[in-house]
Design a protein around this ligand. Structure first.
Ligand SMILES: [Zn+2]
Length: 81
């Protein structure tokens, strides 16, 4: 799995919607690719923040602009698959 493919799988991974084989590939890539691991961590943190926002109002200004752009880019990659 390449870094680009990992991004394509990210949404399904965080939704726990990957096939077992794909999930194993995904986690194998993460174990040896620190940049992707950091990316997934920040993505998950944002998702958790969004879930928390259902119960608590959070300051959107606390989310770094570059993280928002990265997520939007990942969504576009997902939609273009
Ligand atoms: Zn990678």
């Amino acid at each position: 799995m390449t870094c680009r493919e990992l991004v394509d799988f990210l949404f399904d991974y965080t939704a726990d919607d990957l096939e077992p084989d794909a999930k194993a590939e995904f986690e194998r890539h993460l174990s040896r690719c620190p940049p992707c691991l950091a990316y997934v961590r920040s993505y998950e943190a944002t998702i958790n923040a969004c879930k928390a926002a259902r119960d608590h109002v959070i300051e959107l200004a606390d989310v770094p602009e570059e993280l928002i752009q990265a997520i939007l880019a990942a969504r576009r990659a997902q939609a273009g698959r």
